[in-house]
Design a protein around this ligand. Structure first.
Ligand code: ADP
Length: 334
């Protein structure tokens, strides 16, 4: 989502897939979520039934898809991948659900973007493994009940606040993924570096982690850029200087903020003199969708203490001025 500015080609996607952990024990960080999911999967295995439905929320790149794959892998069930935007009619969902095999894990990314009519069909499907298919229109319309094979739904959303309560209530387990600590990202990088055949001293790993915006996907991507740099320069190992040289070529600053993060901060501290400014005004000013600002940019800026959310709008915090090289709210005026 955030990273759409960078062209993603098939080879990149293949590498991303290859770097995905396939078991909970390989999955770095998110200790609490991992423990809870392990229990959920163990219970299902002992009782020989599909696991409860799982809702994962959090910004892009934190491991929601990976966890869905792990659920399928650890419970030895097939996995079906879909997404909210692909389900624009109840019929799309009916076709999907009726084709599931018993125990299959169904992953719906961006589940908050499903059509309303499909959402309602999903309530019944999740609860009773049954749907009602409407046939005909007007007075002659009838509904035909259809039994489904039991399945496990793993829903992912960047905006759990947008999910209607009846849908959220039907997930047996809900987890919010948090941004990763630098030490955790170092472990992600260490693991991926081995798989990519790149040798990195701890200090170089720490440098990549520091620039990864708390996000494993970004950590892996930056690592690949460092690897490209090494390949081009005919080397196999990287020190900090090499990492910096490689990453300075990309729009990632010293603390990992990218072009859009900085555009938002710049608007906030300069044009709007620190705010408060409404979300949609801010979004228009930087030429982005409000949804992207709210679900991708803002959570991280809030998390690192650069931005605050008030009832009257978004405000810049002191650290944001310092980072953007703007002395203070007042002098930004002149
Ligand atoms: P999301 O679905 O939340 O956008 P993904 O599951 O696609 O994120 O993860 C993006 C990438 O980051 C994947 O390639 C995966 O290898 C890596 N990744 C995410 N979380 C972890 C983790 N906890 N440990 C190791 N790698 C991870």
């Amino acid at each position: 989502v955030h990273d759409d500015s960078e062209p993603v080609d098939e080879a990149e996607l293949a590498i991303e897939g290859a770097l995905r952990p396939t078991s909970l024990s390989e999955f770095v960080g998110q200790q609490k979520v991992r423990g809870q999911m392990q229990l959920l999967l163990d219970a299902a295995r002992i009782q020989q039934r599909p696991a409860d439905h799982i809702l994962l929320s959090g910004p892009p790149g934190l491991g929601k898809t990976t966890l869905a794959m792990i659920v399928a892998h650890e419970s030895n069930r097939p996995l079906r991948l879909s997404s909210g935007p692909a389900i624009q009619h109840a019929g799309d969902l009916a076709a999907l659900l009726s084709s599931l095999t018993p125990g299959e894990v169904l992953f719906i990314d961006e589940v908050h973007r499903m059509a309303r009519s499909a959402e309602e069909m999903l309530y019944l499907a999740m609860e009773d493994f049954r749907i009602d298919i409407m046939v005909g229109k007007g007075a002659g319309a009838t509904s035909i009940p259809l039994d489904l094979a039991p399945f496990t739904l793993v829903g992912a959303t960047t905006r759990s606040g947008l999910l209607p309560n009846p849908l959220r209530d039907r997930f047996g387990f809900t987890a919010h993924l948090e941004y990763y600590e630098p030490e955790e990202l170092e472990r992600v990088i260490e693991r991926s570096a081995v798989m990519l055949g790149v040798s990195l001293p701890p200090a170089a790993r720490a440098e990549i982690a520091r620039r990864s915006r708390g996000t494993p996907r970004i950590a892996n991507r930056l690592l690949r850029r460092v690897r490209d740099y090494l390949v081009v320069h005919g080397r196999t190992g990287a020190d900090i200087a090499t990492v910096d040289a490689a990453l300075d070529l990309y729009d990632v600053d010293a603390i990992g903020l990218d072009r859009l993060d900085r555009a938002v901060l710049d608007m906030l501290v300069r044009r709007f003199r620190g705010g408060p400014v409404g979300l949609s005004t801010l979004a228009v000013a930087v030429g982005e969708e409000p949804d992207t600002i709210e679900s991708v940019v803002e959570p991280y800026l809030v998390r690192i203490g650069f931005m605050g959310r008030t009832p009257r709008g978004r405000i810049a915090m002191p650290d944001a001025y310092a980072h953007m090289g703007v002395p203070s709210a007042e002098s930004a005026l002149r």
